[in-house]
Design a protein around this ligand. Sequence first.
Ligand code: MET
Ligand SMILES: [Zn+2]
Length: 742
Amino acid sequence: MVTSSVLGFPRMGGNRELKKATEAYWAGKISAEELIETGKNLRASHWKIQKDAGAGTIASNDFSFYDHVLDHIQLFNAVPNRYRKYNLPAIDEFFAMGRGLQRAATESSPAVDVPALEMVKWFDSNYHYVRPTLQDNQTFSLATDPKPVHEFLEAKAQGVTTRPVLVGPVSFLHLGKPDRGASVDPITLLENLLPTYIELLTKLKEAGAETVQIDEPILVLDLPSKTKAAFKTAYAKIAAAGASIPAITVATYFGDIVHNIDVLPSLSAVSAIHVDLVRNPEQLDTVIAALAPGQILSAGVVNGRNIWKTNFHEALTIVDKAVEALGADRVVVATSSSLLHTPHTLASEKNLPAEVAGWFSFASEKAKEVAIIAKAVTEGVDSVKNELDANASSMHSRATSARTNDPAVKERQSKVTPSMYERLSPFTQRIAAQQAHLGLPLFPTTTIGSFPQTKEIRVARQKFGKGVISAAEYESFIEKEIELVVREQEALGLDVLVHGEPERNDMVQYFGERLTGYVFTNFGWVQSYGSRCVRPPIVVGDISRPAPMTVRESKYAASITSKPMKGMLTGPITCLRWSFPRDDVHQSVQAEQLALALRDEVVDLEAAGVNVIQVDEPALREGLPLRSGKERDAYLDWAVKSFRLATTGVKDVTQIHSHFCYSEFQDFFHAITALDADVLSIENSKSDAKLLKVFEDEAYPRHIGPGVYDIHSPRVPPQEEIKARIEEMLQIPQARAALDQP
Ligand code: MET
Ligand SMILES: [Zn+2]
């Protein structure tokens, strides 16, 4: 019999109950007990949803109050002493690591002042995990009342036998880093970690767990040979524990494991291997051939990273093939990854256009999908005939909808010519025209764009949304906000002004609402980090721009000052990455459509007298495929092309800026250069000066705007500090050379 499994469920709850409770706890409005109770209720409800959906294997320990990697830091007592020394209650120590803690002394406790641990992106998703930060001679031990055991028993008491999920020992270390001042290579700590790991597995077995899911997602990355060797050490030790630990499923996702297939023999003692067959269906044959005798394949065929309904026909083709090779008892139908990256349920969405609502599946619906597919294989397609028919007609409706196919957009894409990727003149000529036109000083100053979204702004937007105030009233409110921002910048003596973006609800949604091809949810929240959630708009069809999107505000702003005004747009890659993209056409096609829409906007801004235009691409880097090589080159090729298509429609005199919130360009600097932006605004307030060395090494030929004021921190940097940062930057010969130009 083919069974089904869900690798993990979103934590927030249908109404973001977890966000609300954690933030209330941080604000001192609810007690730790109340917060813990909320967590317990959410877990119970999530297990029930999956059970009712018919999912066979349901995860536990997928829940977290902040981040699951952070859970493991505490679980293995790998808490740096700067947190531990305060002897905080476990939950407070946990949040202190996640988000830092600053607390004045009281009668009973000393003052606490400790920054957060580093947080970084989880593979190529928009979820962020807390990085294990390890010491030389790091020791590990098991926390009291280990969370995975606790939550397993909690589910069991509710009548659900779950499969606890753990971050694997090799991935845990590989994803970590040495603490400041330490020089340890994390993977060398494996021998120290394994006894704790095995102790935990033993406790899970004693609690009644028959299986555990051990996530080793790093198997999809390019790995150094010592990390590959670590799998052998780790899983030999784990196998030696024999019957005193549960059966193990090793899970990989977000890529294929073909390039690491030689690691599989090291995993021969585990009972199942999970692979992502949504991203990489072509790995199926290689993985099947590499399985140990009797080993089970967990086939990830329901996408954990998007909101699209699974194509049952395609999923069944893959699963049938696996069953044919291995037999029904050795195949499990699973989600491709945890459903953490999908919203809670489609059932809450009441405002989606009727036609498109049937195209989606959120987490709760995806749990049903794995069950249906497994049933179709086990009992035959007739046993789920209605579901399969409904699915096929939904696929058909989407493929043939006028919403997904706009012939005018396709026509325009077919007419893109090579010259549309090129500015009229090379940079040296352009910059001369721009300098003559803009008349800027030697070190022009500017900001990245948005001024605070005040309560007043939000209230006005809400009133406008509800029809309490008219469009004209809202527009004049926005104009007043713009004027305040402009006067403020004039008073400060800034050189290139911005309008402050008061009209934008979000840097992607705002554009999505003005383009065809997008739809929006009311509750489609996805955890980004800690209590922070994002609600990505959904690209459902071909994208076009019926009318200008930002010209009104930028033109108004330019009209009330004699200083140059900078127009502000979100770039094609960022619009795409921070949305749920379509899965029926390649992302490069969607990026090109966005680029053409933005190209029109750029040209319209120029025509309106806006001669500095910033096209933000903060998401360019996160789209970078996880492994170097062909796939990464292909991505950079279409990403760069889409940026150029969006920005090259202007005259020499118009200065194109781009902005990135980071300056880690080492792996793909050639692409940054290839953007051909006149000015590149990058992060330079926190970043290591050595990151900027790449500009020197690669002889970057254009202008740079080093961001010297950290906008994420409430701290006001002293002038001297800013000056020192700029002087550091001037050590780069290219920067010096730029100064010598007229
Ligand atoms: C995340 S990058 C943000 C850029 C945008 N122009 C802003 O200032 O909000
Ligand atoms: Zn930014």
